[in-house]
Design a protein around this ligand. Structure first.
Ligand code: NDP
Length: 455
């Protein structure tokens, strides 16, 4: 079986890749297990040296990696370069901090000595999406390898070239061959991998459907899963917000990666008092985006990653319009070759519409008018998702109170759109998933928290 990568900017085929058979995948797993047995005994200084080298390899080959991402999934070259740099950052971060995070934890008991030792689990399977082809993988792999695990990757089938280059980073950095392994396999083959006793845990970033299926299989085999799924992040714009700042931040967050980010702002809940003014500023900002060839420097928004995803998004928009939503800008598929979709703003968004209930994974903003703060919070939380959230207000203590106590989400930002940072935990509640990535929380997901007791 083969898969094809296609450039969504022109729908032209890039390359064809042959998938591994189950037997070939199994052989790679066995190699991974062998390498793990040696790697788990290495010290942090050796692991750090190689992880810092991985950061160097990323920086050295930045242009090559960026171009592959842009060609495979359509993000602008500037954002692809930034993504490579962020991957180098997360490698350095865990190279420098893993030892501290995993330091033995002494606990006073009746024993002469008792403590917690953090030990690796073994070979971890990562099922990853196409939206940030490098970042999604590195934010899992850097802590997992630093903790002494081995990793195998099943990447999304539209970014096989990126998957191969990620393997190249770890190989070139000098990690033992087989410690990080790219498996070109189909999603149907994932079940078999999870069943395999070599795999000790699984992490998935992607849709709820994929997450539910992978986590169910993992549970059946009593294996841990971390899920980072979708979101429909709500940003509240209060009556005392700096509206210029809010409109700018909301636009950046909504259009980042052509709207294909799990933590992209998707619902904008605006207080009646400032609704008209905010909407005008938001429209103005959204119209400033320059859609086009992602390889051109002047482009700020490339195509979506695939035409089927673009068409699904348009269907969500059309169904919302049928139910009464109003298109302020965009909302039409342009006469362009490629998976392009314009920056779109929907107003009069109400419960029961896809724009209210579902994740819109593209450059479409749902604006909702509310009468006061209480209603804003109620609408923000009226979602099955709980990934990120935001609030805009000049009153920082009010913003902090809403962020800390009111919004149901894995993170709440005040006067700044939600972004991931290696130093801060990342993940969601409700159907946005469970478990955390990044920071010291992330590295503790794939370790055996082992109690040692010496009488
Ligand atoms: P998927 O969730 O289908 O794909 C993500 C990864 O999961 C891919 O590697 C995919 O492989 C794999 N996968 C899919 N189904 C299964 C399964 N049953 N068992 C094992 N692995 C599986 O995302 P799509 O590309 O279809 O995008 C659809 C929607 O998902 C988006 O519109 C968006 O809402 C959401 N999404 C969320 C992301 C996030 O960052 N949270 C990222 C990407 C998508 P393969 O490619 O071979 O199918």
């Amino acid at each position: 079986m083969t898969i094809e990568s296609v450039n969504p900017a022109n729908n032209k085929k890039l390359q064809e890749y042959t998938l591994l058979t189950d037997e070939q995948a199994e052989r790679k797993l066995k190699q991974s297990e062998q390498v793990y047995k040696i790697w788990r005994k290495t010290g942090f200084s050796e692991r750090s040296k190689l992880m810092l080298k991985a950061a160097d390899v990323l920086n050295t080959n930045k242009e090559k990696y960026a171009l592959m991402m842009t060609r495979e999934m359509g993000k602008t070259l500037a954002s692809s370069r930034a993504e490579v740099e962020k991957c180098a950052w997360v490698c350095r971060y865990y190279a420098e901090n893993a030892e501290t995070f995993l330091h033995d934890e002494k606990i006073q008991t009746d024993a002469s000595r008792s403590y917690v030792s953090y030990q690796p689990l073994g070979v971890i399977l990562a099922v990853m999406p196409w939206n940030f082809p490098f970042w999604q993988v590195f934010r899992f792999a850097a802590p997992a390898l630093m903790a002494g695990n081995a990793a195998v990757l099943k990447h999304a089938s539209n970014v096989p070239g990126s998957a191969a280059l990620i393997q190249e980073v770890f190989d070139e950095a000098g990690f033992p061959k087989g410690l990080f392994t790219n498996l070109w396999i189909s999603s149907k083959q994932v079940e078999k991998l999870i069943e395999n006793p070599i795999i000790k845990a699984v992490t998935l970033t992607g849709s709820e459907k994929a997450g539910a299926s992978v986590a169910a299989k993992a549970a059946q085999h009593i294996k841990k899963a971390v899920l980072e799924l979708g979101g429909s992040d709500a940003y509240i714009i209060l009556e005392d917000a700096d509206l210029d700042l809010a409109a700018k931040q909301c636009t950046e967050s909504r259009l980042l990666n052509t709207g294909q980010s799990c933590i992209g702002a998707k619902r904008f809940i605006v207080l009646d008092e400032v609704y008209e003014e905010f909407l005008l500023k938001f429209i103005e900002q959204m119209l400033e985006s320059v859609t086009g060839d992602p390889e051109k420097e002047e482009t700020t928004m490339g195509p979506m990653a695939r035409t089927d995803l673009r068409d699904e998004l348009h269907e969500q928009v059309m169904k919302s319009v049928e139910k009464g939503a109003e298109i302020q800008i965009g909302g039409e598929i342009q006469d362009l070759t490629g998976a392009y979709y314009p920056a779109t703003i929907l107003t009069n968004v109400k419960p029961g519409m896809p724009a209210y209930e579902e994740e819109l994974f593209g450059p479409v903003a749902s604006v909702i008018k509310v009468k006061d703060e209480a209603e804003a919070i109620q609408v923000a939380n009226d979602s099955k998702f709980g990934l990120g959230s935001g609030v805009f207000t000049k009153d920082l203590s009010r913003g902090e109170r809403i962020a800390r106590y009111e919004l149901e989400a894995g993170s709440s930002f005040v006067n700044q759109y939600v972004k991931s940072d290696p130093r801060l935990p990342f993940g969601g509640i409700k159907t946005s998933g469970f478990g955390r990535e990044l920071s010291h929380h992330g590295i503790l997901e794939f370790v055996n928290t082992k109690t040692i007791y010496i009488a």
